[in-house]
Design a protein around this ligand. Structure first.
Ligand code: HEM
Length: 184
């Protein structure tokens, strides 16, 4: 294991997992968009299975990401950042990890309490066989809240990346954009 405090850049693996998660979470949001509206039951059940399967891939990537973060650490923030910006960046990144974990956890907790089967990848039903929807509906509120919170933080994250790139002119954003190489 490298000394996480001494990393100069993210590893290529960290960068690839970052972008794969960004793409898959966005795709999963598109699938989930329809859940808030009235839907034919067959469509809802099929979409739940698609949504849960994509979400499970995100969950696996999240575990890999945590492992890579532990193994490689993260490069230092630019020395030109003020103390409040450094503190905001640390808390913001920590909150993103926490909320994405909570998003996945609340999604799985909601899914296992559904009253109709949710076959992940077309085969593996993850439900516990509940017969009424009370717990499902209760837990879904937390999943919905986690989604709104992640969207808000991702919006701030993107604005901060644009600031580093276009205004501050440091290499923070380019490090993640050049996902095929690493100086770590
Ligand atoms: C990858 C990140 C995820 C995102 C961005 C996401 C987003 C959403 C959103 C926006 C909804 C609709 C909430 C509402 O309007 O009530 C939803 C519902 C749901 N999600 Fe997720 N979710 C994710 C992961 C997961 C995972 C990992 C699972 C389970 C394996 C899951 C299972 C469900 C279920 C069962 C519902 C309720 C469907 C329904 O109302 O019929 N989600 N999700």
């Amino acid at each position: 294991m490298k000394d996480p405090a001494g990393a100069l850049d993210y590893s290529v693996g960290q960068k690839i997992v970052h972008w794969l998660m960004a793409i898959l979470i966005t795709l999963d949001l598109f699938v989930a968009q329809k859940f808030g509206n009235p839907l034919e039951l067959a469509d809802r059940l099929e979409s739940r299975a698609d949504h849960g399967s994509l979400g499970t891939i995100v969950a696996v990537l999240f575990v890999i990401r945590l492992y890579l973060r532990w193994r490689h650490g993260a490069p230092p923030l630019p020395g030109t950042m003020s103390p409040w910006q450094t503190t905001a960046a640390r808390w913001g990144h920590g909150a993103l990890y926490f909320l994405i974990g909570f998003l996945i956890f609340s999604g799985v907790a909601t899914a296992v309490n559904a009253t109709a089967p949710i076959p992940l990848f077309g085969s593996f039903d993850i439900t516990l066989g509940q017969v009424d929807d009370t717990t499902f509906i209760f837990l879904r509120q937390f999943h919905e809240f986690a989604t709104q919170a992640v969207i808000a933080l991702v919006a701030i994250h993107v604005l901060a990346a644009l600031y580093h790139w276009l205004i501050a002119g440091d290499d923070t954003t380019q490090k993640m954009l050049k996902f095929w190489s690493s100086r770590a």
